[in-house]
Design a protein around this ligand. Structure first.
Ligand code: AMP
Length: 191
């Protein structure tokens, strides 16, 4: 069974929600780099303070900080049997670092699930979330920047996983349960 998954998709694609559901169904933790950064921020740690300046501008937190945080998280006992990575890797360099971290443990990614959604729907969803969750990076200019960063830095990594035969592309438009079903079906078909 596939137990080590990467979730790809623009901000607002439902990655967070689907990551939680997928991880729960597999009985593995979800490792969300955005979530880990927000947690550090709310605790006011040095890592959180450094991350905040990038996050509030819609930029990626520098790789050295992010990679160490992920390496550390993956070394924790609950990640030994698998995990769903939400928001990591987010650029081509991070793909290489993740490969290394996994190889050190003779682990590998079993599939990369990419959620696809039209841009106008994404912006609409994020603006709605801004009202509900009051995230500091859900304002319109920051949303635009995060989408630009996604297209520039994150989208190319789908191609890498595609070349490796690991990419599963899912239509991310629809009800939460529908999308969960699409993901499970696609992963089963791949098995
Ligand atoms: P997310 O919750 O995944 O949308 O992430 C929120 C923010 O956290 C992003 O806009 C980045 O500033 C930062 N972040 C999350 N994951 C990464 C990553 N893998 N590399 C660099 N920055 C990240």
């Amino acid at each position: 069974m596939k137990r080590r998954l990467v979730l790809l998709g623009p901000p607002g694609s439902g990655k967070g929600t689907q990551g939680e559901l997928l991880a729960a169904s597999l009985g593995v933790p979800v490792i969300s780099t955005g979530g880990l950064f927000r947690d550090q921020m709310s605790r006011g740690t040095p890592l959180g303070i450094e991350a905040k300046s990038y996050m509030t501008q819609g930029q990626l937190v520098p790789d050295r900080v992010t990679n160490d945080m992920v390496r550390d998280r993956l070394s924790q006992a609950d990640a030994a049997d698998g995990c769903v990575l939400d928001g990591y890797p987010r650029n081509v360099a991070q793909v290489g670092v993740l490969d290394q971290i996994l190889a050190e443990r003779t682990w590998r990614i079993d599939a990369a699930v990419e959620l696809r959604l039209p841009e106008d729907l994404i912006v609409e969803r994020l603006l709605r979330r801004a009202v509900l969750e009051s995230r500091p990076d859900d304002t319109e200019p920051v949303i635009r920047e995060r989408l630009a960063v996604y297209h520039r830095q994150t989208e190319p990594i789908a191609q890498i996983y595609q070349t490796r035969g690991l990419l599963v592309t899912i239509d991310g438009d629809g009800l939460v349960e529908e999308i969960t079903r699409r993901i499970s079906q696609a992963l089963r078909a791949e098995a």
